[in-house]
Design a protein around this ligand. Sequence first.
Ligand code: HEM
Length: 127
Amino acid sequence: MNSVLISFLATALIFGAAVAVGFRLARSPKPYPVGWLGIHIVLFFLVAMGIGACMNAIESVTGSATMSIGTMALSFAGPPLIALFISGVVMLFGKKKRRAWIVVHKVAMYLLALSIGASGVFAVMRW
Ligand code: HEM
């Protein structure tokens, strides 16, 4: 297995774990359980690091002066990551669940999945 595939598989796995813990958090009333929340936030940072590792892996394999389509698709992960962080922090405040911010959080999650998934496919196809 090459480094690109390993980076994508590892990132996808961590992302999946973050989603699973997210749905666990969604089933909890407020205040959110600190343990699950801590794991969820640590997984967020690991996903961000994984995305960086994927970019490095793609660039070191393609090695061209122009940006590959795989890296380009992965750069679309930036805004959803920021949206996930901001909506995540906002959801922590107050006594009631913040429905609108939960929707923002979920949409950002789908966009992030799309960016990682599309980039993974492009990278494996060496585009
Ligand atoms: C890779 C990044 C992340 C992913 C993929 C992710 C995904 C999810 C998902 C799928 C849910 C369940 C939403 C629902 O069905 O209601 C969730 C819930 C939650 N997430 Fe995240 N999340 C991420 C980052 C963060 C961060 C950085 C924070 C906080 C700083 C955060 C805080 C929360 C909270 C508080 C909930 C519970 C919302 C509720 O009450 O329903 N998340 N997350």
